[in-house]
Design a protein around this ligand. Sequence first.
Ligand SMILES: [Ca+2]
Ligand SMILES: [Ca+2]
Length: 185
Amino acid sequence: MAKNVHLRILHAAVLILFVVGVSGLCPPDWFEHGTSCYKTDHVKRTWDDAAAQCDRLGGELLVIETIEENEFIHGLLKNQSKEWAWLGCSDRSTEGQWLCYKEAASGVTFRNWSPNEPNNRGGTDDCMAFHMVDGKWSDSKCDARIVYAVCETISIQGKGEGVTPSSSAAPVSCYTFGSNGRLRV
Ligand SMILES: [Ca+2]
Ligand SMILES: [Ca+2]
């Protein structure tokens, strides 16, 4: 009798693990939203260091493409009380010409600047930052170590919706299943 109960519990546990293992569209500890996965970092970094950290985690610095995505990120940062977060766009190469980190975002036109931003203050505001207070963006000093990283990668669902790698050497994320059945970056 007791053995049967234990077996049933074991079966249920295996089933739950299986369902969780195969239904996750994002790596463990990443937030899923739309066709993307997001991970917040808990160390304040420069823009370059934040970009490197996202690369290490298997993603890229966040690039916001719609007001809906902006609202999601706004809620996420508010929830974690993070005042500023780096966005993956910079105008370091050519002043006023904002290039975004994500290859797929090269055609992105969505902008959500604060009033009077970008102002290129002191001639050196060249990296894009998100302000938790109002969800608006500013240009900031790339070497200011006052900002958190938010990393983004495309979810399995997103990859299945016709996202094709570009012909240039854009970073590519690969996923494998670990021995525990969960995704491994
Ligand atoms: Ca600038
Ligand atoms: Ca500024």
